[in-house]
Ligand binder design. Structure first.
Ligand SMILES: Cc1cc2nc3c(=O)[nH]c(=O)nc-3n(C[C@H](O)[C@H](O)[C@H](O)COP(=O)(O)OP(=O)(O)OC[C@H]3O[C@@H](n4cnc5c(N)ncnc54)[C@H](O)[C@@H]3O)c2cc1C
Length: 382
């Protein structure tokens, strides 16, 4: 169906990004998948071409466009299976915190570099002992005369090896009741003494993207590293999660489309019992069902994109999209792998990678169970 909310400028941007990505990103995907991380040069090239600042304010070097420009980037990267380059994490999950809550000094210091690709961003919430239950984090930031002393451990941090600046979630008041009122956010530069990068973790999927441990060993931060108000960290996180979950929905449905299109092409050429496997009614019904579900999912994502750009509060709806579409992606990649027979299990066939990559979608950015907790709460059930 025609997606008529994209303007001519959006479509022009899509063709520009696609041309760039086919030339400069796609050839690097196998290298990143092998090495377990992307490379700085590609990030810098993305910055140079204006692909890291499409929606950033003009005063900090961006183009001042809407979120749809960035959604286009997410869709095209998903289509190319370029998961190693997590532009949405950098531009749409991390940068908005600095834009929304940063002091003028913090914005001047970090935003132009984020837009140019010189400063790569990450966010460190999860710890070895807690992920979903964010209010139970143990990382501490203790105030003293010069600023804060940060200590603790984080894990599963995307861009952990390649990143330059991290939004770190820490407790400033561990005795606070409720506990989430004791949480604050800090901007921590990777150069800071006591900031230690741990292992780059070995993952089932998303192999081209680095996910790491981070440690803070009496890491001294100036008072100016605090982002927003002390104790307001949890609320700031909750306000920004709408966009994070929408990003997952956008990329997930685009990945479904890629896997499905490749599978349709495969079943038309693979033959069994003297005819293409596409001619079996089971194959037709399986793919017709998946195609219908993808269109239904896309229609919902598109509606959310329009509402998000309009500024609507759609926390419940993005939570619904996040769980429903990522569950669809997991089932779809499994069924498409099955339709490839033994070849589907071979790593040289992209569907095997799609199957592995899909697994994380229901886990990060808030697990799918947590999405249902949110929806249920907003239904007045808890
Ligand atoms: C590839 C990857 C990249 C990541 N990137 C980042 C990043 O950049 N920054 C970052 O901070 N984190 C990141 N994460 C961490 C991710 O957000 C967490 O893994 C996720 O929030 C779940 O936390 P957990 O792993 O501690 O699981 P747990 O919280 O221990 O959950 C285990 C299981 O219990 C269920 N569960 C927990 N609480 C409830 C409940 N109340 N009701 C019902 N079920 C419940 C969960 O749904 C899950 O199934 C990343 C993770 C991965 C795998």
């Amino acid at each position: 169906m025609r997606r008529d909310f994209f303007s001519e400028e959006h479509e022009l941007f899509r063709s520009q990004f696609r041309r760039f990505a086919e030339k400069e990103i796609a050839p690097k995907v196998p290298v990143w998948n092998e090495r377990g991380m992307s490379d700085r040069e590609t990030w810098r090239r993305c910055g140079e071409e204006g692909f890291l600042g499409a929606s950033a304010p003009e005063v900090y070097g961006g183009a001042g466009g809407d979120f749809l420009y960035d959604a286009i980037i997410m869709e095209e990267l998903a289509d190319l299976r370029a998961h190693g380059l997590m532009i949405s994490l950098h531009s749409n999950i991390c940068r908005p915190y600095i834009e929304a809550y940063g002091s003028e000094e913090q914005k001047q210091k970090y935003l132009p570099g984020a837009v140019s690709g010189e400063i790569l961003l990450g966010i460190a919430m999860t710890e070895p002992g807690t992920g979903s239950d964010l209010a139970s984090i143990q990382t501490r930031a203790v105030r003293d005369a010069d600023g804060y002393v940060l200590s603790g451990a984080k894990t599963f941090i995307s861009n952990g090896q390649i990143g330059d600046l991290f939004i770190v979630v820490a407790k400033t008041d561990p005795s606070s009741v409720p506990p989430h009122d004791g949480i604050s956010l800090f901007l921590v530069e990777a150069e800071t003494q006591g900031f230690v990068r741990g292992r780059k973790l070995d993952k089932l999927g998303l192999r081209g993207q680095d996910t790491s441990e981070l440690f803070f060993e009496d890491c001294r931060l100036p008072a100016s590293a605090l982002l927003g108000r002390e104790g307001a960290g949890f609320r700031m996180l909750m306000q920004k999660l709408q966009q994070e979950r929408l990003c997952i929905g956008v990329a997930s449905i685009a990945s479904c489309r890629r896997t499905l299109a490749d599978t349709v092409a495969y079943v038309k050429q693979r033959r069994a019992f003297g005819r293409p496997i596409a001619s079996f009614q089971h194959t037709q019904f399986a793919l017709a069902t998946l195609q219908s579900e993808v269109e239904i999912g896309q229609a919902f994502v598109d509606r959310l994109l329009v509402a998000h750009v309009r500024g609507d509060e759609i926390v419940s709806e993005v939570s619904m999209a996040k769980w429903w579409i990522t569950e669809l992606q997991k089932r779809l990649t499994s069924e498409c792998l099955q339709l490839h027979g033994g070849y589907g299990f071979m790593r040289e066939y992209p569907v095997s990678q799609d199957y592995a990559d899909a697994a994380v979608q229901s886990i990060y950015a808030g697990t799918n169970e947590i999405m249902k907790v949110i929806i249920a709460k907003r239904m007045g059930l808890a």
